[in-house]
Design a protein around this ligand. Structure first.
Ligand code: AP5
Ligand code: MG
Length: 214
């Protein structure tokens, strides 16, 4: 299956992608993770992308599309993919349709007011790349899965989050109409799954994603 996760920053795309990609037997391809790795390794793409990630703005389409095209040509993507964070503009979606069109697009819909605390409280493990919320960590520096050290993403500062949310609404949200028009959109309304504390359990979101694909 060829699947896209659409949704605002902090919607839980990365959290859900690990389990869903394993369930479907397709690689999880996150353009954000690819850019962060390129920045760490100081590749030409990383050097170009860094200023945009630091500012919370989208990397230019030409750079992003070339990177994804190369990734999708690799052997492990021959039988499908789970794209997380791509496409993010209508031009990227049109380019993907020409490269290897998706079968379905899951829009993980979380209201803006829940996103800020999710993102400012997010911690990522430097060793296993697991994503956690600080409120769920017994030790705020240590990964509960592998014992690695957890860190805060550089773009999870409130001022950068505001720019990322604006980029989402201005440039990415139009993709909901684009894929709806193609009959490929599946919506997972996370607010409707909320428990007493107002948020939803990741395992309930996982079940809702699989149900949306049936
Ligand atoms: P990217 O890395 O893709 O960031 P993003 O889209 O802003 O999304 P996030 O990774 O912040 O959120 P997520 O939905 O994965 O949430 P998560 O699972 O971590 O992109 C970063 C940058 O790269 C962009 O700003 C841009 O510069 C560049 N870029 C990337 N792709 C690009 C493209 N296509 N074109 C141009 N530029 C591009 O969860 C968040 C938090 O919520 C965690 O703390 C988690 O524990 C918690 N959480 C998850 N699920 C739940 C739940 N059900 N209930 C409560 N808490 C939950
Ligand atoms: Mg992510």
């Amino acid at each position: 299956m060829k699947l896209i996760f659409l949704g605002p920053p902090g919607a839980g795309k990365g959290t859900q992608a690990a389990g869903v990609s394993a369930h479907l037997g397709v690689p999880h391809i996150s353009t954000g993770d690819m850019f962060r790795s390129a920045i760490k390794n100081q590749t030409p793409t990383g050097i170009e992308a860094k200023k945009y990630l630091d500012a919370g703005e989208l990397v230019p389409d030409s750079v992003t599309i070339a990177m994804v095209k190369e990734r999708l040509s690799m052997d492990d993507a021959k039988n499908g993919y789970l794209l997380d964070g791509f496409p993010r503009t209508v031009d990227q979606a049109i380019a993907l349709d020409a490269i290897d069109a998706p079968d379905a697009v899951v829009d993980i819909d979380v209201p803006d007011e829940r996103l800020l605390s999710r993102l400012t409280g997010r911690r990522v493990c430097g060793k296993c790349q697991g994503t956690f919320h600080i409120s769920k960590l017994a030790d705020e520096h240590t990964c509960p899965v592998c014992g690695g050290e957890v860190y805060q993403r550089a773009d999870d500062k409130p001022e950068t989050i505001a720019t990322r949310l604006k980029a989402y609404h201005d440039q990415t949200e139009p993709l909901i109409g684009y894929y709806s028009g193609l009959g490929k959109l599946r919506r997972v309304d996370v607010a409707s799954l909320a428990s007493v504390d107002g948020d939803s359990r990741p395992e309930d979101v996982f079940k809702a994603i699989l149900a949306s694909l049936e």
